[in-house]
Design a protein around this ligand. Structure first.
Ligand code: NAI
Length: 395
């Protein structure tokens, strides 16, 4: 079939297998040229099919020859209906990894559930014996608690007072004011339940009691801080509370891992266009200005550049520098004073008329379409493609 993008707000309902494949091949090429010395060998990535998790899987596999198991929650294709992009990404990654002699298997289902945890542990036991790295990169709007069956929904709201500022509809380029009413106490609780650290801890507890964590095992989850511009809706909003919880959980997990000499980290990453971040109000306008500034300064990075730097310059480097709160920072270039001062200056000037000039709306839009395999260089979108693609190592 010929597959075209069908967007609705900040989501795209279709995705393109060839475009997703090309994205994977590009990321693999990038990492192959930057091997990770003393990198991981047996890796589990939770949230492995898109964004930072996918880049982590590719970096482990192609930077360090690691065997990888990827867990994710993606929609398979049916006749006439393309899969979700993470499905095509995983299919392309595994096909290439197998061609290159790398172990790669996947588990598709709700990683918050006890069943998926058990299935993953069985697979580790059967095939790898143990793992030396777990990347926790879930981004989900909902979580069903595995023990109580309660279903939590996360929200992106300010705490305490209404937040009003500009955002952009990147499809139309219209810059407009939005107001978001403050959350309730329940909203905070629910968001922490979905995006906080409880599930990460549960994974570690299960993996540890199954005896599948190697000595010197490491685990990393991803967080975000960002500037004062987005603070009310991000770091000091409901999602920020969840990130506080996630960051506090890293210390608890490190305690849990004492006897295997293991360590848990949170890495604070840069703001990037992913399916998760396009849903956050104000962030698209911030990102389009940030991209412009960082590209002009020659310090722009995408997910793969960020994660390759995380592995090579932080996690597996000789000295791992942490910030005052014990976190890894790869948002250092985003948060540079000169970068933030410029973004703030542009923010004040941003209108529907000025944004195409002062911001990188095109870059934002291209990145958004790329997430779904569209507008990828070198792909012929007029060519008939088979939407039915299987993931070779799917369990
Ligand atoms: P994403 O939306 O690209 O990826 C989410 C992944 O989670 C996908 O693999 C998806 O299949 C998987 N997933 C979602 N629900 C699942 C479930 N119930 N069971 C199994 N898998 C499930 O998200 P992105 O942006 O890569 O986010 C990953 C982490 O990075 C999040 O913690 C996010 O807060 C953090 N982060 C994101 C930044 C950004 O600007 N995008 C910046 C800094 C941190």
């Amino acid at each position: 079939m010929i597959i075209e993008p069908k967007t609705r707000g900040f989501i795209c309902l279709t995705s393109h297998p060839k475009g997703c494949e090309q994205n994977i091949l590009n990321q693999i090429e990038y990492v192959k040229e930057r091997p990770v010395k003393n990198g991981p060998k047996k890796v589990l990535v939770i949230g492995a099919s898109t964004g930072f998790g996918l880049a982590s899987r590719i970096t482990a596999a192609y930077g360090s020859n690691a065997a990888t198991i990827g867990a994710f929650f993606e929609k398979p294709p049916t006749e006439g209906r393309p899969a979700s992009p993470g499905w095509y990404n995983s299919a392309a990654f595994e096909a290439q990894a197998h061609k290159d002699g790398l172990y790669a298997k996947s588990i598709n289902g709700d990683a918050f559930s006890n069943e998926i945890k058990a299935q993953t542990i069985d697979l580790i036991k059967a095939d790898l014996g143990e793992i030396d790295l777990l990347i926790y990169s879930l981004a989900s709007p909902v979580r069903t608690h595995p023990d109580t069956g309660e279903r939590f929904k996360s929200v992106l709201k300010p705490i305490g007072s209404t937040f009003t500022d500009n955002t952009v509809d990147f499809h139309t380029g219209e810059v407009k004011e939005i107001s978001i009413a403050p959350c309730t106490e329940d909203d905070i609780k629910n968001t922490v339940n979905v995006m906080g650290g409880e599930d990460w801890q549960m994974w570690i507890d299960e993996l540890k009691s199954a005896g599948v964590l190697s000595k010197k095992f490491k685990t990393v989850a991803y967080s975000y801080i960002g500037p004062s511009l987005t603070e009310a809706v991000y770091r000091k909003g409901t999602i920020g509370r969840a990130k506080d919880h996630l960051e506090a959980t890293a210390f608890k997990i490190t305690d849990t891992l004492k006897d295997v000499n293991g360590k848990a980290y949170v890495s604070v990453n840069k703001a990037l266009v992913t399916q998760a971040s396009s849903a956050i109000p104000v962030i698209p306008l911030y990102i389009s200005l940030l991209y412009k500034v960082m590209k002009e300064k020659g310090i722009h990075e995408g997910c793969i550049e960020q994660i390759e730097r995380l592995f090579n310059a932080r996690l597996y480097a000789e000295n791992l520098e942490l910030d005052e709160a014990g976190r890894i920072r790869i948002d250092d270039w985003e948060m540079r004073e000169d970068v933030q001062a410029k973004v703030l200056e542009l923010w004040k000037q941003a209108t529907t008329e000025t944004l195409p000039e002062i911001g990188d709306l095109k870059g934002y839009e291209t990145d958004f379409y790329n997430l779904f395999g569209f507008k990828v260089e070198g792909v012929d979108y007029d060519e008939d493609v088979n939407e039915i693609v299987s993931i070779p190592g799917l369990q």
